[in-house]
Design a protein around this ligand. Sequence first.
Ligand code: GCU
Ligand code: CA
Length: 486
Amino acid sequence: MRSLRQRVALLCAAALAGGGLVISSTVASAAAATRYEAETAPAACDGIIESNHSGYSGAGFCNGDNEIGAAAQFTVSAPEADTATITIRYANGTTARPADLIVNGATALSMSFEPTGAWNNWTTKTAAVRLNSGSNTIRLNPTSTTGLPNVDHLDVELGGAQPPPGWPSQCTRTSPIVCHFDVAPGNYEVTAWIGDRDTAGNTSMSVEARRRILPAVNTAAGTITAHTFTINVRQPEGQPTGQGGTGKSGLDITFAGSAPKLSGLTVRAANNPLVVYLAGDSTTCDQMLAPWTGWGQLMPTHVSAGAVVANYGDSGESSGSFLRNSALFPTLKPLIKTNDLVLIQFGHNDKSTSASAFRGNLTSMINQVRERGGNPVLVTPPVRRHFDGNRLTPTAQHVNGAGVNLPAEMHRLGDQLNVPVIDLTAKSKALVESMGPNDSARLYLRQAEDGYKDNTHFSEYGAGRMADLVVEGVREHNLSLVSYLR
Ligand code: GCU
Ligand code: CA
């Protein structure tokens, strides 16, 4: 009988490689990698070999045709059947490009190559695959008409992957799989081995109060992917004032999807992660109860291990109430450590706040974050869905009842105090107006689908789009979180 390790194609990926796949730090080191250049036969490129974007290795790279199935193929050899860690080096412009990783004709993994921002910006993505003894084909097959990113090379490192630890006693054998760890509030490094050695899976991961960590991933039979994330545990686990329920103490993890498969789960205290605190209202917060969803609940899908979102958003809070309520800013402040980020988003409930009071409240938060060595970031509030013709009304854009243009005040303050401002008002306005008065309804809560009609609060879809926009702003300002984005 073959050993477990031989039967399992253990997929791991290097930290920061994107996709949230990281190799566990307990993994033994492996043999040196062999490099296979995309421009060197027998490698094949359904496109052209080019050298017009600097930074590639060897003589060039494969610029695949921008078509479904226009692949880059490598032929790699292994002295014996083994698990191999492969590292794909690529550059991509500004849109994510999905592709299947096909090993000897079988799809081992669906991957997404994230934008690198420029064609001369190269990065790597790592996966582990099962190789046969002798010659193997590894094919990167694009599944959208965007085609592949430009592909530079493949590094293949044989052996060295750690087998999954096996079924965790803290989890139910149900679908969804529900796990509970009795841990104190804090930040934890969680590694989930997703997939099964015998059956195919489709598995998503969420934690605590409906916080999404990983959208559903497909795994072929015999493929197990190790994913590591840093997770914030609080009590109450949703909104700090307990609105909507306080949840269970400890860490709760749910693996859902159409066929959730898990082959191991470990939890240990995180070592000094970069914490991104969210100070906001009901559009931001961890909502215990569906269908309400704050954008902070979807933000963790963008963040790799080593960084963590700690969402102190709370329904109904204004700049002033958040600052003063002992469960909110005064609780958050002492937790801030050097270089942590605090994203501050208010406006929805500052309906009659004067300009000077609004600026005063924000200034106080900014100064107190800085006192702790943290880095404040202002986030202007996402728009409400109030149209006048094809355009949003001033109220939708947070000109309040006292005539104060709250986003404009945040910009002015940001300039004065040298605080980066993520203009979520402008970004969400562009999104909502581009979708138009009808289609934009699905960003918010709808009577028929959600049981409530609400033009302020987001559906899960809308919260996800808002989280995308916040992350876009994080990249534009090159905040320290950028190096942890998936
Ligand atoms: C640009 C770029 C190419 C790239 C292509 C693409 O033309 O110069 O290197 O392959 O975009 O979008 O695929
Ligand atoms: Ca191309």
